[in-house]
Design a binder for this molecule. Structure first.
Ligand SMILES: [Zn+2]
Length: 116
C-alpha cells in the first residue's frame, strides 16, 4: 500500500517549520534589493508575516494536540495521537481509526469530512 498520507499533527508541524524557513529566505532575499528601500520593506514584511504565521500555526498545533486522542499504535506499539476520525501513526504511518465502522476499510482522508 502506498503510504502517501501522513499523521496530521506531523504534517502541520512540518508546514510550520517550512514557513519559518521560507520567512528567513524571504528576509535574506531583501539583501539583494538593498538599493530599493521599498522592496526591502516589502520583503522584510513578507518574511516577518511568514514567521508570525508559523508561530500561529505552532499555537494551533498545541491546541489540536490537546484535542487529539492518544492511542497505542497496533503496528509499532508506540503512543501516537489521532486527530479526527482517521489519522496515521506518527511513527510508522499505520492508518488508525477511532470509528469502529471504518475498521479494516481502505484509508480515505475523506472520512474526516463531516457528512450527514
Ligand atoms: Zn505505528
Amino acid at each position: 500500500m502506498a503510504k502517501k498520507y501522513k499523521n496530521k499533527i506531523n504534517k502541520i508541524r512540518s508546514f510550520a517549520l517550512s514557513l519559518i524557513f521560507i520567512g528567513f529566505v524571504i528576509m535574506y532575499g531583501a539583501i539583494f534589493f538593498r538599493e530599493n528601500q521599498i522592496l526591502v520593506l516589502i520583503f522584510m514584511t513578507l518574511g516577518l508575516l511568514c514567521i508570525i504565521g508559523s508561530t500561529v500555526v505552532y499555537a494551533w498545533i498545541g491546541l489540536l494536540s490537546t484535542r487529539a486522542v492518544q492511542v497505542v499504535c497496533p503496528n509499532c506499539g508506540k503512543h501516537t495521537k489521532v486527530l479526527g476520525r482517521v489519522d496515521m501513526c506518527m511513527y510508522c504511518n499505520e492508518p488508525l481509526t477511532l470509528d469502529p465502522t471504518l475498521e479494516g476499510q481502505e484509508f480515505n482522508e475523506a472520512y474526516n469530512k463531516k457528512s450527514k
